[in-house]
Write a protein that binds this ligand. Structure first.
Ligand code: ADP
Ligand code: TYD
Length: 215
């Protein structure tokens, strides 16, 4: 291990790095996750990309229930997202960080604050429920786009999450994202071309985590 720059052999960092992308549907999260993962991998760093809701049993349950409106109460929704997140932390995120990988996660508890908060659950309650178990990311990029642009970008996508893609509802979701004042959150203008956003992401990461430029 090279103690000077925090890098271990084989592209692993001493303590791992936990990066999250957030934003309304169609804000460009998956695109940025992929661009960043490619960039870090090209540098020889060991990267794991994940998303929530996951492909696990709770994630599948969320997908199944959210197909039809009103089949699920906000409280039940909250409970399922939390179960899915706990499992993701235990099975995937913590082991990867523990072995020095860079974890890039598409949506995390900030989505619960925004989406379930917009369904009427008090934000303090959502925060309290996460306090004991939800590891804080090193950095969270919130990709901000007007809801109409996000929806236009995903109009051809099969509607799996009908419940979550209502315009007025998503406007509330966007507002909550923009009001988050957690120090790890960085809001980026998601209207720009994907390459330009990706360059900004990289320059912020290099500044905050100099170890990345040493890879
Ligand atoms: P999300 O994961 O936030 O729902 P995606 O990354 O899947 O968003 O992007 C949704 C659609 O918009 C995709 O077709 C993608 O190619 C396109 N897209 C992503 N980022 C941009 C961007 N910055 N400018 C224009 N189109 C984009
Ligand atoms: P996702 O598959 O990431 O959708 P997209 O690629 O369109 O952004 O997420 C599925 C939906 O689940 C999305 O509309 C947001 C919603 N969601 C919540 O309501 N609460 C949560 O905690 C999470 C993680 C997602």
């Amino acid at each position: 291990m090279d103690k000077e720059n925090g890098l271990m052999k084989k592209g692993r960092l001493k303590k791992g790095l936990f990066i999250v992308f957030e934003g309304v549907d169609g804000s460009g999260k998956s695109t940025q996750v992929e661009l960043l993962a490619k960039k870090l991998s090209r540098k020889g760093l060991d990267v794991l990309t994940l998303r929530e809701p996951t492909q696990g049993k709770w994630g599948e349950k969320i997908r199944e229930l959210s197909k039809c409106k009103d089949s699920i109460t906000p409280e039940k929704e909250l409970e399922l997202f939390i179960k899915d997140r706990k499992e993701n932390l235990r099975l995937n995120i913590k082991p990867a960080l523990g072995s020095g990988k860079i974890v890039i996660l598409d949506r995390y508890f900030y989505s619960t604050l925004a989406y379930q908060g917009a369904r009427g659950i008090p934000l303090e309650k959502i925060r309290r429920l996460h306090q004991r178990f939800a590891l804080r990311p090193d950095i969270v990029f919130i990709l901000d786009v007007p809801v109409s642009l996000g929806l236009r970008r995903i109009k051809d996508r099969p509607v799996i999450y009908r419940l979550f893609e209502d315009r007025e509802y998503l406007k509330k979701v966007r507002e909550i994202f923009l009001q988050l004042d957690d120090p790890e959150c960085v809001v980026l203008d998601g209207r720009r071309p994907a390459r330009e956003i990706s360059q900004e992401v990289w320059s912020i990461l290099k500044k905050r985590f100099p170890v990345l430029s040493q890879a």
